[in-house]
Design a protein around this ligand. Sequence first.
Ligand code: GRF
Length: 225
Amino acid sequence: MSLSGFEASTSLVSPPLTSAVAHPPLRLGILASGSGSNFAAIAQAVEERQLQASIAVLIYNNPDAQVAARAAQIQVPTVLLNHRDYASREALDQDILKTLRSHRVEWVIMAGWMRRVTRILVDAFADRMLNIHPSLLPSFPGMHAVEQALAAGVKITGCTVHQVRLAVDSGPIIAQAAVPVLANDTAASLQARIQVQEHRLYPVAIALAAQQAARLQPVSDLTSE
Ligand code: GRF
């Protein structure tokens, strides 16, 4: 991933991405439920070859999600798995896992996936499953993170990309970007500025996570594609 000015213009992102450790091209499976602006940012980074990856599949759970149209437009295969059709979270996750495997997904990227995950996905993908959250975790996990930050009166908030664990918004942090809270901010204005940083942060964080994973792998694994 080329950083092209990211660190220079964003005060807080950790750790810095280096080109010292390359990673093999990644096959991503994206899970999203909403408008898909983060999906679009990742797709653009892939298209511009800033992120060495391909998007193997988009899984979405809400039939009305705009993200599906965005994916279809760029010929990314889409699969609707509507949680309302399942008797349990486990049954849904079993189908998600089946779908990810059938598309040979290596990294699961949650981009506005508003569902709790079960052990079925967490165990299968371990550290290769990432989520983005609109706060500087561990502050303000869960729903309404932006409103929570405003209510608490914090002067700086931001966004976090982290590995996914069973507890909501709890896994090891990969990278963060800070966003100042302005005196006249509403939830909508603050969220919009956080999203600008999310779109810049997520592709970088995916590359960082892949670098970290590659460091843990023997060199032979990286070259035997
Ligand atoms: C993002 O703001 C992310 O932080 C949260 O869900 C939102 C998804 O937005 N987890 P979009 O669908 O990517 O526009």
